[in-house]
Design a protein around this ligand. Structure first.
Ligand code: FAD
Length: 434
């Protein structure tokens, strides 16, 4: 039996290959909608998830079994219904997933829960210093990470007749795949992921190193949601980047570095699970943050894209309207919340997770800690982004701002809600106190 979680594709899927190898027995492919995760995912992520499931179900000619409940109840029940020898998964390293998988393994009893592969190029915990301790700084991590290497994509196709048809299982507790609660700006599924990747490689990879900092150009890959849900594995991307024509190109190198960042943040979370919602660097726990009624009003203005700082507002409106925000602008809006408004970074992180299609705990919460200066090799606390200078540098013609905010001279556009210079001093004063 194959239990899908964050690996919503059929090609190059190690648990499926493992389930089908060495035997000619049949395979049940299933997904369990866990109400705990349903509650904590934003509408857009649920839509992406359900559309990804529909895509797999189509590819399996209607043979994907979807159940709803706690996996520690559902997985053993399904495994017994098909008399499974083993349940195959790809490994989940986040705190919730690890706890859940331990509970499922215990509930399965004699039936083994076997993990093959993970959503990462190099799984968390594998890249360590010579003394076995984890890296706290990205650059040396990324060097070791490259040396570690990863395997090439592999075929995982299984003849259709070997996939168990769940309609034959009378007591399977099968549910219909829920309808997507909203429409998405990024179409879900394996084919959509491959098509988008091919388009990016063709049009924008060569210039990625400079293009990635141009929010108006919008020329980054948009692979984040596909990677989050495993519609595509980073192995496929890395294999293309490594092909001879692009091997030495700066674009391919820069892109690989971003994939290393993704693995690094998952590794940090694996070693320091507290960093999900608490300062990775506990020295910052004592900092004075605003959480009163006024702070909530400021938070609401930030969420609504009505701070009066055009680049911040453009980013927040892009997020609210599409469920996506360009990386450069994620950094600027995050810095503004923490250093100009003096609000807790986890308020912002939670809002991002609710809105983003690519919302991912490790990348998001550590991205936030980078901006807040509380993370591993974070932006130093004394570096405070100036939102106007950032706009001049990265949106010099104001194109991105016009696209999402319109006319910033219009009567209904708000005045700047704070004095950046004064708030910068205030942020430094608060850091100085600790
Ligand atoms: P590309 O520039 O094409 O990058 C390629 C891939 O590399 C991305 O898809 C992503 O998987 C990875 N990547 C790129 N930058 C980073 C990074 N800084 N950290 C980790 N991985 C990276 N990324 C998420 O996937 N989910 C999140 O919830 C998320 N939240 C963020 C919050 C903040 C405050 C910040 C500063 C960054 C966040 N990022 C997050 C990282 C980054 O902004 C997005 O991965 C990127 O904007 C997605 O667009 P893309 O796929 O076109 O990126």
């Amino acid at each position: 039996m194959v239990w899908l979680r964050r690996d919503l594709r059929l090609s190059d899927l190690p648990p499926l290959a493992a389930a089908a190898s060495g035997t000619d027995s049949s395979v049940l492919v299933c997904f369990v909608v866990d109400p705990r995760l349903e509650k904590s995912s934003g509408e857009r992520r649920l839509a992406f998830l359900f559309d990804s499931l529909r895509d797999i179900d189509d590819k399996l000619h209607g043979k994907l079994l979807v159940a709803r409940g706690r996996p520690e109840d559902e997985i053993p029940r399904l495994a017994r219904a098909v008399d499974a020898e083993r349940v195959h998964i790809s490994e989940d390293f986040a705190p919730f997933g690890r706890r859940r998988d331990e509970a499922v393994a215990a509930a399965l009893g004699d039936i083994e829960l076997e993990a093959t592969g993970s959503p990462y190029l190099v799984s968390p915990g594998r890249v360590t210093k010579d003394d076995g301790s984890p890296y706290k700084v990205f650059t040396p991590y990324s060097k070791r990470w490259r040396d570690h290497g990863w395997r090439a994509p592999a075929d995982s196709s299984v003849p259709a007749k070997r996939i168990i048809d769940p309609s034959d299982l009378t007591k399977a507790g099968r549910i219909e795949i829920p309808p997507a609660p909203t429409t998405l700006s990024i179409p879900a599924g394996e084919d959509a992921a491959l098509a988008r990747w091919a388009e990016f490689v063709d049009a924008d990879l060569a210039d990625y190193d400079s293009g990635r900092n141009d929010p108006a150009g919008d020329s980054t890959s948009r692979m984040s949601a596909y990677l989050k849900y495993g519609n595509i594995h980073p192995r496929t991307l890395a294999a293309d980047l490594g092909r001879s024509a692009s091997r030495s190109s700066t674009g391919a190198q820069a892109y690989l570095r971003e994939l290393a960042f993704r693995d690094f943040y998952a590794d940090v979370l694996y070693h320091w699970p507290h960093s999900l919602w608490h300062n990775w660097n506990r020295q910052f726990d004592g900092i004075d943050l605003d959480t009163d009624k006024k702070a909530h009003e400021r938070f609401d203005a930030w969420k609504a894209g009505r701070t009066g700082f055009p680049l911040v507002d453009a980013g927040m409106r892009q997020l609210a309207e599409t469920g996506y925000m360009h990386n450069r602008v994620r950094m600027v809006t995050a810095s503004f919340l923490v250093k100009d408004l003096h609000l807790p970074w986890w308020w912002g992180a939670e809002w991002f997770l609710e809105q983003l299609i690519d919302g991912d705990m490790a990348s998001n919460n550590h991205g936030w800690q980078w901006a807040a200066g509380t993370g591993t090799d974070a932006a130093p606390y004394f570096r405070v982004f100036n939102p106007e200078a950032q706009a001049k540098k990265f949106d010099p013609d104001g194109e991105y701002i016009r696209r999402w905010v319109g006319d910033t001279d219009a009567d209904d556009y708000p005045e700047p809600m704070v004095d950046h210079k004064a708030e910068r001093e205030e942020a430094l004063r608060r850091f100085g106190q600790i």
